[in-house]
Design a protein around this ligand. Sequence first.
Ligand code: FES
Length: 322
Amino acid sequence: MAEIGATLSLLVKCITYEAQGVRSFDLRSPLGAELPPFGPGAHIDLHLADRMIRSYSLVNSADERHRYVVGVALDPSSRGGSRYMFEKVSVGDILTASPPSNDFPLVEEASHTVLIAGGIGITPIWCMIQRLESLGRSWELHYATRTRDLCAFRSELEATERRKNGRVKFVFDREPGAQMLNLSQLSAGIADDAHVYCCGPKPMLAAFEEATKARQPETVHCEYFAAAATPAADGGFTVELVRTGSSHFIAPGKTILDTLIDAGLDVSYACMNGVCGTCETAVIEGKPDHRDSLLSESERASGRTMMICCSGSLTSRLVLDI
Ligand code: FES
């Protein structure tokens, strides 16, 4: 394994068409060495051009140590990450990546696991299924895409379904005669001690959170791969950095992170969407306007930390521990 500081160098071994607008990238050590282990639900951050870092869930079995596979959907509204992966990355390229980390871990000992995926949200879910299968656990999948052409990893899922009939339920909700996935109805039929997971687009996650709000919180797991709220970019406030000793006016149209990067400061970030936690920063004074998908209500109310990639300020001055 080749390492650069805390990062890995990964060879693009293979790029595979998985569905319309979806590719998988098979990434290996250039030296053929083992890669750091990961668990189901883990992601890696790929360091792309111009300080662009994007998080991608690992798709392949967590038992594999010789490769990481990520699934990428071409998002026309993306800020360049998926377009870069589709248009610039070729077999034989070397990419820089962070080691795996996991904000969406699988509870392996659950009596039953219900997995719900929408679109490219299938990526961590398919990894979880492979783990549950290897453990011989009870599970079921509900996977929604607009049409079957958009259904990634379909042949693998169909093969799994053939082995264990009734576990994989596809919903192609824009095909003639199709119905939408009814999450309220689905949730009502899930046993109290089962664990339920959802990864998909924002409307699906919002419906999932609503449908599962009566369940014990520890049995409910969801992962946002896009921002749940619009970033705070109204600007008009000042950020003071106590360790750096500098002060920055946040102009309208800019986030705090944009402004600090423009000022040449070396700040950590990855998703730029409030979903990964890389940019979490301690707040010393002032009241953040939270727009992330990570902090709980009580964490937000405490005002002790904020995600500077997407959150703004409700006060004219914020003092941050940077
Ligand atoms: S960079 Fe991911 S939460 Fe801010």
